[in-house]
Design a protein around this ligand. Structure first.
Ligand SMILES: Cc1cc2nc3c(=O)[nH]c(=O)nc-3n(C[C@H](O)[C@H](O)[C@H](O)COP(=O)(O)OP(=O)(O)OC[C@H]3O[C@@H](n4cnc5c(N)ncnc54)[C@H](O)[C@@H]3O)c2cc1C
Length: 323
């Protein structure tokens, strides 16, 4: 029997920058087969979300609505809805959740609830008959891990593939109106206001101005923030800059930090290690300022400025301020 390829779309969570990315990944994986999408949405958002899922390539769409979904929704509620929907379904399945912290937490918990095999954060998965071959980055992208399994139920997280999705022509849409008595009893999340001086989330910004160890101290980061404010950008940082206390943990970009997908990523005083670059989407254009001509960041940057930042940033800020 053919394995179902099912992507999950979680709507309403502000931390998810690309909620439909896993649908595009499922459609690519399914090839000429039929990719499915399960959409968890409030009733008022459901129709628009179904249309978007079809544009991303989902040929079969299950709209799971629950008017009790809070704003933002609670992951525990999603967990109950998905477990309720899938627990009784004995068919072979690969379930794909969106990349990032929200999708990964849900993937881990669903794996336990559905007694599935966890494939983790995958870059690519291919089907070989009844088997799945999953490719994952290991050691900060220095090596590739290839996992092979014939387990009937597998769960992975995947980001949007590079190739644009092919829209599904005539998708089948099913509705499942569930009312899980959850929200009333559950504790409400506390929504904290964004820090006054940092209005932009690094993982949702179109432009990121990011600093590394080469910034040398908090003074350099103050200049980066000034530049970021002028550009309407978010400020990012490498792990050593966060460890030094020049930036907050939420600003860390990389393998163990945030995944960012801006149009422009300005990397200042950072060498461009695989662990840092693992947090930047392949389509982002990188510009770099670095004083070392051998710095690896110049291998991936489209624009590189070989100079100490102390010479460049004040002039850049002055030029932007004075027009
Ligand atoms: C399991 C694991 C997970 C990790 N996760 C992450 C992660 O999520 N994110 C992350 O960033 N790192 C991560 N790291 C750390 C990573 O290996 C590197 O140590 C880190 O990325 C290096 O940061 P950097 O580029 O700021 O510093 P460095 O590599 O020290 O580079 C500093 C750069 O600044 C330049 N420079 C110095 N002075 C100036 C100046 N005046 N003007 C311009 N340029 C200057 C230098 O030429 C150099 O290229 C991880 C490591 C491990 C083992």
């Amino acid at each position: 029997m053919m394995r179902r390829i099912v992507a999950v779309v979680l709507l309403g969570e502000p931390a998810l920058t690309d909620p439909f990315g896993a649908v595009a990944a499922a459609a690519e994986l399914a090839g000429s087969g039929r990719a499915e999408a399960i959409l968890l949405a409030r009733p008022e958002d459901a129709e628009a979300a179904a249309a978007q899922a079809a544009r991303e390539g989902a040929a079969e769409i299950t709209l799971v609505t629950d008017s009790g979904l809070s704003d933002p929704p609670q992951p525990e509620h999603w967990l109950e809805l998905l477990a309720g929907l899938l627990a009784e379904d004995a068919r072979g399945m690969l379930l794909l959740l969106p990349g990032g912290a929200v999708g990964e937490e849900l993937a881990a918990r669903l794996t336990m609830r559905l007694d599935a095999v966890p494939l983790g954060r995958c870059g690519r998965i291919v089907e070989d008959g009844a088997r799945l071959i999953a490719h994952r980055a290991a050691y900060g992208g220095r090596a590739e891990l290839v996992l092979e399994t014939g387990a009937p139920r597998c769960i992975a997280t995947m980001r949007r593939p590079a190739a644009p999705p092919k829209p599904a022509a005539d998708p089948v849409i099913r509705r499942a109106d569930l009312a899980i008595p959850f929200a009333a009893d559950a504790p409400r999340p506390e929504v904290l206001p964004a820090a006054a001086d940092r209005p932009k989330r690094v993982d949702a910004a179109r432009i990121v101005v990011s600093g590394g160890r080469g910034m040398g101290g908090p003074e350099g980061f103050a200049l980066l923030r000034e530049l970021a404010d002028m550009l309407g950008a978010a400020t990012g940082a490498s792990l050593p800059a966060v460890d030094a206390g020049w930036a907050s943990v939420s600003q860390q970009v990389g393998q163990s930090g945030a995944f960012v997908a801006p149009d422009l990523y300005l990397a200042v005083g950072m060498s461009g290690t695989p662990q840092h670059l693992a947090g930047i989407a392949p389509h982002s254009r990188i510009a770099a300022i670095n004083s070392d001509p051998e710095a690896d960041i110049f291998r991936v940057a489209e624009v590189g400025l070989l100079a100490p930042w102390q010479e460049v940033l004040p002039r850049l800020i002055a030029t932007l301020r004075d027009g």
